[in-house]
Ligand binder design. Structure first.
Ligand SMILES: Nc1ncnc2c1ncn2[C@@H]1O[C@H](COP(=O)(O)OP(=O)(O)OP(=O)(O)O)[C@@H](O)[C@H]1O
Ligand SMILES: [Mg+2]
Length: 242
């Protein structure tokens, strides 16, 4: 889906790289690392929102995937109702037609917001706002969904529900997911693969394929616990070396 080759990003100082990574189609990949390690920069580079200082980014068959971005706060415009927030990117790219309206209504229903189309953001809970943001990204995207610490402001129960809904969306829509989080347990629970970035400039410290036994409640298994412990130890060790 996506290949990043020798990617380096500098602002006044180096912040990321060199990074060499290939993201496979239909995979669910999480990126973890300390604050300032370059996780958001990595996502912005992958999405083309910003450009790299050196190195190259290429896409499968040279076709840029359709991407949707979900940020930490749901980034809804308060003066627009739910459906108009979902339609905003289509408006900006002048693809605001009956198909995108139908798609938006459809996605709002799929994220559990049927009947809320005309509500305004201040009438929604934090979890509902995040659902609008996911619907908006899916209307835009469809190939690659990039999420930057999307659920960290939510309470535990809402967060868990959204995590499971995200997994369901990933499984049923054949999309690729790049997920940035601070939480090791969340990364291991959700992903097929977890990439750990070092403290800035971020390079890849670990690239772990997550082993899951789908027959069991994954979080109760010794595999889950040992993989969380392994990644936590890497982060702790990195923290000590700062
Ligand atoms: N637009 C910018 N201009 C200058 N420096 C920037 C810019 N964006 C990010 N940085 C710097 O790049 C480094 C990495 O930032 P980034 O936001 O990618 O980190 P992060 O891992 O997402 O952190 P957090 O977990 O706190 O969100 C930081 O030192 C930050 O100050
Ligand atoms: Mg960030």
């Amino acid at each position: 889906m996506l290949i990043l080759k020798d990617i380096i990003k500098n602002y006044e100082v180096p912040v990321l790289g060199p990074i060499d990574v290939e993201i496979k189609s239909k995979s669910f990949v999480s990126i973890i690392g300390a604050s300032g390690s370059g996780k958001s920069t990595f996502l912005r580079l992958a999405s083309g929102l910003i450009s790299q200082s050196s190195g190259s980014i290429s896409y499968k068959n040279n076709i840029k995937p359709k991407m949707g971005f979900v940020f930490q706060d749901s980034t809804l415009l308060p003066w627009r109702n739910v459906i108009d927030n979902v339609l905003l990117p289509s408006e900006l790219t002048k693809q605001n037609n009956s198909e995108s309206i139908e798609k938006s209504i459809n996605w709002l229903e799929r994220v559990g917001l049927k009947g809320k189309e005309n509500s305004f953001p201040n009438e929604l809970s934090g979890g509902q706002k995040m659902r609008v943001s996911i619907a908006r990204a899916m209307v835009q995207g469809g190939d690659l969904l990039l999420l930057d610490e999307p659920f960290s402001a939510l309470d535990e129960v809402t967060r868990r529900k959204l995590e499971d809904d995200l997994l369901e969306i990933w499984e049923t829509n054949n999309i690729t997911v790049l997920f940035v989080t601070h939480s090791v347990t969340q990364a291991v629970y959700l992903s097929q693969r977890v990439i750990v970035l070092s403290s800035g400039p971020g390079i890849i410290l670990e690239d772990l394929a997550i082993e899951k036994n789908l027959k069991d409640d994954f979080e109760e298994t010794s595999e889950f616990i040992s993989q969380v412990r392994h990644l936590t130890n890497i982060l702790k060790k990195e923290g000590r070396e700062l």
